[in-house]
Design a binder for this molecule. Structure first.
Ligand code: HPA
Length: 263
């Protein structure tokens, strides 16, 4: 089968997709800068675009990722369905490293990133609805794949986005937990918001790499995050391949609103 073209945005530890064939590296020009990505085919000939938001050699920290260019590029290549991965810390002792969370809400604590395509001027002032920011259809297909593979997962969760690149303080994590957060990461916002602004279906597979600050006895390190991610990157990859025929299937999304007028 072929099907709709799907974009996969890899996070920490997901720098390539084993199994992707006919891989062609490309540089895509956007109004926001260049994006390096790969085009290829997944199993069953599904057309795919893959990029890592941190760049090929993980040189771009979360607060400097060019989120606008990345989303613009995948849409320019014809992808209207985007699934992303991200390493996260868990705000619950029971949600341990290796678990997947198909997040359905976010709390945004980022501070200093370009977070919109809509900067006023001739385009006017545009406010985007993000009541339900993540695509329910993509999430359902990912949940079915996780279930079929027997992977441990939560089918919803609230993603707390922090500015980074530092980890959080104990008090911040306690506050986030009281606010209803489930996992914490540094890259989920504004990516999801920009996808909504472009009218794309977008979902994130958050992979728990650690208990958040103050929930475990040890201080957090980036090495720990990368090591756990490396141990479980295969799981994320298998989830994508299992879900891919459904992700690329013939459906009109009933849940994602069209892009805002003027967008
Ligand atoms: N905090 C923020 N970002 C993260 C974490 C964390 O604990 N783990 C992986 N990414």
């Amino acid at each position: 089968m072929a099907g709709a073209k799907v974009a996969i945005i890899g996070g920490s530890g997901v720098y390539q997709l084993p199994g992707l064939s006919g891989l062609v590296g490309r540089t895509v020009e956007t109004p926001y800068g260049e994006v390096e990505l790969w085009e290829g085919e997944g199993p069953d000939g599904v057309p795919l675009v893959f990029l890592n938001r941190h760049g090929r050699a993980h040189r771009i920290p979360p607060h400097r990722v060019n989120y606008r260019a990345n989303l613009w590029a995948v849409k320019a290549l014809g992808c209207h369905r985007v699934v992303a991965t991200g390493a996260v810390g868990s705000l619950h002792r029971a949600l341990v490293p290796g678990w997947l969370v198909l997040v359905d809400q976010f709390l945004d604590f980022t501070k200093a990133r370009p977070a919109t395509f809509f900067e006023g001027g001739e385009g006017g002032v545009i406010h985007t609805d993000v009541t339900d920011p993540y695509c329910a259809t993509l999430r359902r297909h990912l949940a079915e794949a996780a279930q079929a593979l027997g992977f441990p997962y939560w089918e919803r969760g609230t993603y707390v986005a922090t500015e980074g690149p530092r980890f959080e303080s104990r008090a911040e994590i306690e506050a986030f937990r009281r606010l209803g957060g489930d996992v914490v990461g540094m890259t989920g916002v504004p990516e999801v918001v920009l996808a909504r602004e472009l009218g794309l279906c977008y979902a994130t597979v958050a992979l728990v790499t650690n208990l958040a600050a103050g929930l475990s006895a040890n201080p957090l390190t980036h090495e720990e995050v990368l090591q756990v991610m490396a141990e479980h990157a295969e799981r994320v990859n298998r989830l994508f391949w299992q879900a891919l025929p459904a992700l690329a299937g013939a459906w009109e999304c009933p849940s994602c609103p069209p892009p805002p007028a003027g967008g």
